[in-house]
Design a protein around this ligand. Sequence first.
Ligand code: IFM
Length: 463
Amino acid sequence: MSALPEGFVLGSATASYQVEGAAREDGRGPSIWDTYSHTPGLVWNGDTGDVACDHYDRYEQDLDIMAELGLDAYRFSIAWPRIQPTGRGEPNLAGLDFYDRLVDGLLERRIRPVATLYHWDLPQALEDAGGWPARDTALAFADYAAIVGRRLGDRVGMWTTLNEPWCSAYLGYASGAHAPGRREPAAALAAVHHLNLAHGLSLQALRSVVTGTPDYSATLNFHVLRGEDDAVRQIDGLANRVFLQPMLEGGYPEDVLADTAAVSDWSFVRDGDVETIRQPIDVLGVNYYSTARVRVWDGVSERLTADGHKGVGASPWPGAERVEFPPQPGPYTEMGWNIEPAGLTELLLRLHRDHGVPLMVTENGAAFADEVVPDPTRPGGKAVHDEQRVAYVRDHVAAVLDAAEQGADVRGYFVWSLLDNFEWGYGYSKRFGIVRVDYETQERILKDSALWFAELARTRRLP
Ligand code: IFM
């Protein structure tokens, strides 16, 4: 299949801390990523999101680029500390006004707003009170969701509660490779549960205030695993099923509770939580970049702990001390992640088979070392010939179409990312954008991948 299915949504994605900048403008409070990135030694080159792509002040220009590319939808995230600078209490109206303008600007350009409530910028005050390992954070999240839903709920086309809670829980609280940088495996499991609870509570809160007829969703970053059965089972449990099962089917997988019993007794799960977490969703967001290889560690040789996705710091896998992560065969992107489009087809088919839920690829893309070259035929006289990214995106869109042809109900594809941006612990050293950002001048240059994507959007067929 090379034609996009009828109604298939093509979009691009970003996240607040990665693109907005304006870290202290209009009453925004500090988030855990401000604290983390300002702590020496934690982020490459000491980079921070203070300025990033200055999207907060240049959003009109970025909206024009999206319109020029012919995007159907834009997936952005809302910065909780702009809405509630300490994570609780009265809303900061200037913060809400920004997203109001953004949503209106999208609708004026006939681009569907897809809003994520949480893409990792937890208000620092909530972390100081315990962070995601504390139940109160989930309750506060529901209040925040209601505030945002009241203000934007007549216009947002799709709501996503959480982006990649795997990263928030395990990289934030077990490996320490992400903010807040804690290395407490038991706390990471409590964070898993409270993120799941936040998902359920925020869906209830949104549904009670939203006046439009949006789709509701959550986005997970799935681990597509290769290797030995028991290692695959364990990591699949911790990475995928610990979110999928409570959100879609109800309750936690028995094997995950058993595997992690020495780390936690899961007594933070209270009566009624299982029911609260399992709320109806219209679409499951799927983020996919690569696959990972696992095997049972022999206990003798040096254990390969590097996780193919964010392999720095301590292990992000509570209770999986006997699993190791050998390197995957290439080719690789600039992140060192292997390129395997067939993994995406396989994942979509699995999710379709096991859960029967409509799917949306909410992130897929690649970092490569781009080069800007003079080109008098292009606006601004510059071009970026990112053939590898074009091939990556093309092959992954083809993989999505393969899954659709084999019966998976896949409703859209969002390329990560619209803009080069702050890549968390890697700072600005990794460029994922289909649009180049010059961080000195804030100039935007459409890369060849952006032009390719525009062609896809225009013709609705794989160029
Ligand atoms: O940049 C991130 C994004 O914030 C979440 N998903 C993966 C991307 C690439 O690492």
